[in-house]
Design a protein around this ligand. Sequence first.
Ligand SMILES: Nc1ncnc2c1ncn2[C@@H]1O[C@H](COP(=O)(O)OP(=O)(O)O)[C@@H](O)[C@H]1O
Ligand SMILES: [Mg+2]
Length: 254
Amino acid sequence: MAVIAVGNTKGGSGKTTTAIALATAFAGNGLSVALLDGDPDGRAGEWFAVWAPATGYEPSITTDPKTEVILHPHTHKGITLVPNVDEDAMLDTVEQYSESHDLVLIDLQGSANQSMLLAFGHSDLVIIPVQSSRFDLKGMVKTVKTVRSAARSTRREIPHWVLLTRTSTTINQTRVDRYTRQQVIDLNLNIYTVELGHRTALQKMTHDGLPPNPVNKGEEGAAENIQVLMRETAAILQGKHPSMLAAAAASLAE
Ligand SMILES: Nc1ncnc2c1ncn2[C@@H]1O[C@H](COP(=O)(O)OP(=O)(O)O)[C@@H](O)[C@H]1O
Ligand SMILES: [Mg+2]
């Protein structure tokens, strides 16, 4: 139903972290999610291969012995991980899974390529994660250009929102974080109110697979950030995708 691409031409900006966080949050609220691994490095698949066993499921995941990249789609707890979605497979895969799932989330590689253009052209929303650095801002500008090219070639608007990542989580935000937000606003770009602040719990997720859990000490902040990220995302897609709003409402009621 809804298709969201997570992209920034700059590597390390927080794309995979954002995609995983949203996949687990929406799946945790009852949506069926297809997580498309559009990065040849297969980081989303790598995460899935750790996460599934950590939640008590031993899938017969076949991985490439050299790269550890998952070779076939797997489903667990509402998330279907679709590996190796390269530019040749992008359109067919997005179309196929948007028919069978509530939400398709595409984790892209950090470069402006054909895959990115095709994914953006099929998306209801493009999320652009940006760290507080000049390099990430440059990547953001390049990514927005790619969104606009995809919008022109598909003759429609493609909503795109910037998400600040790895920002300081102290009450007095650093000047550089405020400066980055202002730069985005000055460019007239949409920006999420919530930030995926720099949290150990999000780094830990890459080791043990488990997303931040509000009952674990020290993980409350990260867990709350992710819930708000999910609700803001559902609100952006409002109207078009009522099941997402229902999921967001359910999370608020908890
Ligand atoms: N909000 C965050 N807090 C802590 N670490 C983060 C956060 N976002 C990303 N990271 C870490 O930064 C690195 C790059 O993030 P990743 O999501 O893999 O970026 P990308 O997919 O854009 O290359 C990873 O090691 C990840 O664990
Ligand atoms: Mg990545």
